[in-house]
Design a protein around this ligand. Structure first.
Ligand code: HEM
Length: 529
């Protein structure tokens, strides 16, 4: 027997043995997976039927992560339908984390009441950290009030600043004198910016210019007027003077901010992180300016700064926190105005009707606050506002399960996160009708009860119920009303496509348009005003 022959036998044996090992390893892994799935999704739920069921997945730990980041809403709809559309609470698994999904309005009402078991605190801390606030500043936001000096705002419940700030938002933004003052500044600013001359000086919005008629990007026009007005009304003129690119950086950050919430690491989130850092640095520089140079900010901004300073927090960290507030203030209203206009301009008879009502309201007064009061009486405009909120919102409420609790007859385990995806209710055909998946401008006009439905909660609810909802309605109605009243606006291409909602990307409020989608409009000064 030659050495070569022996070598060949040995090699054949090794190959056979390697394929056999691979075969056994494969068979073992497959059996382990089958047993694991049977235990996880059949046996375990059968043994503990009182716990919310988990949506089955194939890859341990990863769970539904891939499908969730590809199409968050679709994954949640898939989960609801998997459990026979009973709308019982169920659990997703995303990168090893359990996320409970609530899709029934009764369960959502229960969540709002269960403030001790389902808390918001970790999310506040997460948001501050995400914005780049230091650990020390975040700790100070949670300090007992006794440890602060010179706090100004009444704090009868002795809350830490992280909670007191919610009361500060409400003081400024709920109807009352402080809201009236802010509202006047904001609406006056929108009123000033909505002129032909001003539009001519907005190069980003103009696609083709002309003395009588211009082609305008509706997206850029809306963003420019609404973001500039809100920025100046809340923070005064100094913020945009520090950095003229701030609105661009903010818009980029806002579009990709879901990556922060869902902790997408670099390099997939590098652009978003750069934009966030640029905006945060502008806010840090703003709060480093002497107070006299930014005296035109609103009460809430001043009050938060005073309270944070009293906690020993410095300008950079004040900037990071206020940037997170800026984000909620500016993340939704302009998008809603855009969608209202898209749908009005896409329907010739609706456009004529809205234009008539808006022109009548605007003709009654020169004062933007008074104009809004008239616009708010238009049942048609309010119906379009409600329908845009219903159709274009994909807001979520987030809570953490502090201790095991029951919702909708199912137990939720401590340590997990709970998400309320409002779109699951806002598109419910049992509540809004068989055409719930289409935009119907007169839906809320034809059924006035719909606005009171517990399934209609575009502003969230409970302790985090959007305090800005009153102001949001006024600024959006004024902008839409002035577009209709002061200009003659038409779709540039009457039969051209309508911008589509970006429904796949995870979203925290009003949906954006898909990348590249916009509405080009022909604009001229109104012949009747
Ligand atoms: C159409 C426009 C708007 C929509 C759809 C909207 C929606 C929401 C939603 C869904 C939440 C979270 C609710 C929750 O977690 O349960 C929220 C929170 C908030 N909104 Fe709005 N919002 C809008 C406009 C505004 C405006 C204009 C302001 C300020 C002037 C504002 C200020 C806030 C603040 C400060 C919070 C945080 C409340 C907290 O953390 O407790 N919102 N908003």
């Amino acid at each position: 027997m030659s050495a070569a022959y022996l070598g060949r036998v040995y090699a054949t044996w090794c190959n056979a043995s390697a394929s056999l090992t691979a075969y056994y390893l494969g068979a073992f892994c497959l059996s382990a997976l089958v047993i694991w799935r049977f235990w996880r999704f059949t046996l375990q739920p059968a043994l503990s039927p009182h716990y919310a069921r988990r949506l089955p997945y194939s890859i341990p730990v990863l769970g539904q992560a891939l499908s969730f980041f590809r199409d968050a809403e679709g994954t949640m709809t898939g989960g609801r339908l998997h459990f026979k559309n009973t709308r019982e609470p169920f659990a997703l698994t995303v990168m090893g984390e359990t996320i409970y999904i609530l899709t029934s309005s009764a369960d959502v009402s229960a969540l709002y009441r269960r403030t001790e078991d389902l808390t918001f605190d970790a999310y506040i801390t997460d948001t501050m950290t995400n914005m780049g606030a230091s650990i020390d500043a975040t700790r100070r936001m949670w300090e007992a009030p006794q440890q602060r000096s010179k706090a100004q705002f009444a704090n009868p419940k002795n809350e830490p600043l992280a909670h007191l700030s919610l009361t500060i938002f409400q003081h400024q933004l709920h109807p009352g004198q402080p809201m009236k003052e802010l509202e006047k500044v904001l609406l006056d600013r929108i009123g000033e910016m909505m002129s032909w001359k001003r539009l001519q000086k907005t190069p980003k919005a103009i696609v083709t210019s002309g003395e009588q008629t211009m082609t305008v990007s509706l997206l850029e026009w809306t963003t420019s007027v609404m973001l500039t007005s809100a920025t100046e009304a809340f923070f005064g003129k100094a913020l945009l003077k520090i950095d003229s690119d701030m609105l661009d950086n903010y818009s980029y950050f806002d579009k990709h901010s879901w990556k922060l919430i869902y902790k997408i690491p670099p390099p997939w989130s590098t652009g978003m992180r750069k934009a966030r850092d640029a905006v945060r640095s502008t806010f840090g520089n703003y709060f480093s300016l002497p107070v006299e140079e930014r005296n035109d900010s609103c009460w809430m901004v001043k009050a938060l700064e005073v309270e944070m300073k009293a906690c020993g927090i410095g300008p950079q960290d004040i900037g990071a926190y206020l940037m997170s507030i800026y984000w909620v203030i500016n993340g939704n209203a302009w998008k809603l105005a855009f969608w209202m206009l898209v749908h009005i301009l896409n329907d010739e008879s609706l456009l004529t009707e809205v234009q008539k009502e808006a022109r009548e309201s605007v003709a009654l007064t020169d004062d933007p606050s008074a104009m809004v009061e008239h616009l708010e009486k238009s049942a048609l405009l309010l119906s379009i506002w409600n329908e845009a909120l219903r159709f274009c919102t994909s807001a979520i409420t987030i809570r953490d399960v502090a201790r095991e609790t029951e919702i909708g007859g199912k137990m939720l385990k401590a340590g997990a996160r709970v998400i309320v995806p409002y779109k699951q209710m806002l598109r419910d055909p049992e509540v809004f009708g068989h055409d719930a998946d289409t935009f119907s401008p007169r839906r809320f006009l034809e059924n006035k009860q719909l606005a009171k439905s517990p399934s209609f909660r575009p502003f969230g609810g409970g302790i985090t119920y959007c305090p800005g909802r009153f102001l949001a309605r006024k600024e959006v109605l004024l902008f839409v009303g002035l577009v209709m009243a002061r200009f003659d606006v038409r779709k540039k291409d009457p039969s051209g496509p309508v911008p589509r909602l970006e429904e796949k990307r995870p979203c925290l409020g009003v949906l954006s348009a898909r990348d590249g989608d916009d509405l080009l409009v022909s604009v001229s000064q109104a012949t009747v005003s």
